[in-house]
Design a protein around this ligand. Structure first.
Ligand code: TYC
Length: 102
């Protein structure tokens, strides 16, 4: 009997590293929150130094919004909430939002 060669399909194991999707935290401008307060919140919640925080605040002030940084979903949401709460506790409409990075 002739030997039959069968080719067994191999299952390819892909070893791609799965990176978690990142989420942007975005600062929105408003007309009431004092500039210095925005800077203080950015320093406290996002660990920025004075000049980084000032630049982000000014960009949001001039353009309406500014991306602060990217984090995993949980961290982005927690930080946005914490920063928004800091403004709220002082009666300011300061608002931070999150958006998935594509
Ligand atoms: N526009 C505010 C003012 O003129 C300052 C401000 C900047 C508020 C950035 C929010 O995300 C903001 N007092």
């Amino acid at each position: 009997m002739a030997t039959k060669t069968t080719t067994k399909p191999r299952t390819k194991t892909s070893t791609k590293t799965q990176r978690p999707p990142l989420w942007k935290v975005i600062l929105l401008n408003d007309d009431y929150t004092p500039r210095e307060f925005v800077v203080e919140v950015l320093k406290a919640v996002f660990r920025m130094n004075e000049s980084q925080a000032y630049r982000v605040m000014l960009t949001a002030h001039q353009r309406g919004a500014c991306v602060i940084a990217v984090f995993t979903k949980d961290v982005a949401e927690t930080k946005a909430k914490e920063a928004t709460e800091m403004g709220k506790s002082q009666g300011y409409p300061l608002y931070f939002t999150t958006e998935k990075e594509e």
